[in-house]
Design a protein around this ligand. Structure first.
Ligand SMILES: NC(=O)c1ccc[n+]([C@@H]2O[C@H](COP(=O)([O-])OP(=O)(O)OC[C@H]3O[C@@H](n4cnc5c(N)ncnc54)[C@H](O)[C@@H]3O)[C@@H](O)[C@H]2O)c1
Length: 256
């Protein structure tokens, strides 16, 4: 994928898909500016990928997102796009047992954070009348699952927000797309496995490609959507899910 000379922000860049994206974008020729919660992992990631800079940023805080956009623009002498990857997983509980403060926190990080990051970076892209943003939804935002009452609805809203921004900003040549991954081998999923919150065999059995995804399989989709090869694509929510969202049968794919 050719991202030669592109100046890209990556949020959630300390870990998992965001960290993998920063590496992939650099390999494809982009400059990157990394953002995540404050901590040694962010600075290590910045060094690992030879980033133009890093910023500690809680995406739920408006001032942090505005400062991120300003710092990245200064450090890279411009911004061409953003891969907004910061997010957290669900508490996985029955609706009647949900702790509402945890529910609100998950919605805020996944949805409010996406809006604030898009708005802060969008101001710069709109003024220059060019740029691309890729957000991260999820298969949980495409189809409903029991016990996913914060994450799923928040990721569904991320998909819809992506479309509303695409419709509003297209006239200024700013593209906004999203990817919707299924289960990808990252620290977030390792934690779900360790906490026994997911049944790997059943999930793989329900996936046409019969396995979890790899980080590079997600970042290649994000690279495409940020690249000029996708210059006429906006408002799309692209499943990167091994066929998960295509399957409508009962039980396991193999026996359906
Ligand atoms: N891994 C999967 O299977 C999967 C599937 C579908 C969607 N996703 C989405 O992909 C994205 C990345 O997930 P991952 O698996 O790489 O997770 P991860 O936990 O490895 O990385 C998420 C990163 O987001 C950061 N983050 C959390 N809250 C933040 C905040 N308030 N402000 C700034 N940064 C914050 C974390 O510090 C972390 O570095 C998330 O949006 C997640 O919902 C992941």
């Amino acid at each position: 994928m050719n991202l030669n000379g592109k100046k890209l922000i990556v949020t959630g860049a300390s870990s998992g898909i965001g960290y993998g994206a920063a590496q992939a974008f650099r390999r494809a020729g982009a400059l990157v500016f990394l953002a995540d919660l404050q901590g040694p992992a962010l600075h290590k990631a910045g060094k690992d990928v030879d980033a133009a800079g890093v910023a500690a940023c809680d995406v739920t805080i408006e001032a942090d997102c505005e400062a991120l956009a300003a710092c990245a623009e200064r450090a890279m002498d411009g911004i061409d796009g953003m891969f907004h990857c910061a997010g957290v997983a669900d508490q996985v509980a029955r609706a009647v047992d949900i702790d509402i403060d945890t529910w609100q926190k998950i919605v805020d990080i996944n949805l409010r954070g996406t809006f604030l990051a898009c708005r802060a970076v969008g101001r710069i892209l709109l003024a220059q009348r060019s740029g691309a943003i890729v957000n991260v939804s999820s298969i949980q935002g495409l189809g409903a699952a029991p016990r996913r009452h914060a994450y799923g609805p928040a990721k569904a809203a991320v998909a819809h927000l992506t479309r509303t921004l695409a419709c509003e900003w297209g006239g200024s040549s700013v593209r906004v797309n999203a990817i919707a991954p299924a289960y990808i081998d990252t620290p977030m999923v390792a934690q779900l496995k360790a906490d026994k919150k997911i049944d790997v065999a059943r999930l793989e059995g329900r996936t046409p490609l019969a396995r979890f995804g790899k980080v590079h399989e997600v970042t290649s989709a994000a690279s495409f959507l940020l690249s000029d090869a996708a210059s006429y694509i906006t408002g799309v929510v692209l499943p990167v899910d091994g066929g998960w969202s295509a399957f409508g049968g009962a039980g396991e794919v193999a026996s359906a």
